[in-house]
Design a binder for this molecule. Sequence first.
Ligand SMILES: [Zn+2]
Length: 353
Amino acid sequence: MNHTGFNDIVGHERQKQIISAFFERERIPHAFLFSGQEGIGKKKMAIAVALKILCETEIGCGVCRQCKRVSRMTHPDVIMLDRHYMEWAIQAQQKKAQNESTEKTKEINTISIDFIRGSEDKKIRGINQEVHRYPYEGKKRIIIIDNADNMTTEATNAFLKTLEEPPEFNLFFLITSRESDLPVTIRSRCTRVIFSPLSQGQLKQYFIDRLGIDEDKAGLLSYISNGSINTGLFWLEGDNLNIRKRLGEFILRRTKSFVYATLLGEYISKGARELSIYTSFLFSLFRDLYLVKKIKTREGVVNQDFLELLERSSYNIEGIDKAIQKIKETAGIMRYNINKWLMFENLILQLTR
Ligand SMILES: [Zn+2]
């Protein structure tokens, strides 16, 4: 991904203004909390601010040596604590411990204390250790913690001490789509910036202008992307649009096929991102059914391409309520459930019953 500062970020004009105002007044807080739905550009905004701070021309030009290294995540003064980094760090740690070298890294759902305090084997340097060193090259060190709400209680407590009295040359960005899961003690020490989903118009324009997608497809994507460019890009990846279509038809026609449910479950449970987006899709599908069957309107229907099937579908209001309940239950346990394949397969079977 190529980052070139604020101009590259679609929408979020008010948020850009708020952040810029801090810089203009040269009163930069020591910690920002970027809160809002997943996949709408919060992390990208944090990186854009990092570019602004570390850029040789102070605008986030995107072409100078500093900017390039920030973009490639190789700048020594930028610490990005996200899932990608944690998986990499834990894999490196396991490689050293020979016996475990064959075991595949488990999916990382929490930010453990090791990433805050440093690991005992010294393979992972913790944020609390880093913040006391002067930045290597820039005026400030930028620390971005993605999904900050995933910190364990132990990690939160250790991090809180740093957040209370951070050495002045650090700037923190805490990013969350589940702000209420973050302790108030953390939240109250950050300057909060709320991000809203992008509008359908903004999304459509993005898909047409930047990705060269035709008008019809861009239109559909703007509906089904939930205000998020990332979700739109997800649908464009691999077979996803096709699987969405098949899953939607399977559910709306209430097809009875165990084998097919298993296959869909397998495909969808292969990653956290897949699970989360397909679960949202199922939500939206039943919400659409509710609109069409109960309110008897086409207005506000998200899955425009399923309109006919939605209207012909045999679900009654009670069935729709039950289905929504089932999806909610599954979404609630998803983070903790080990066998995601079985879980999703079960969900599909229950929904078509
Ligand atoms: Zn630059």
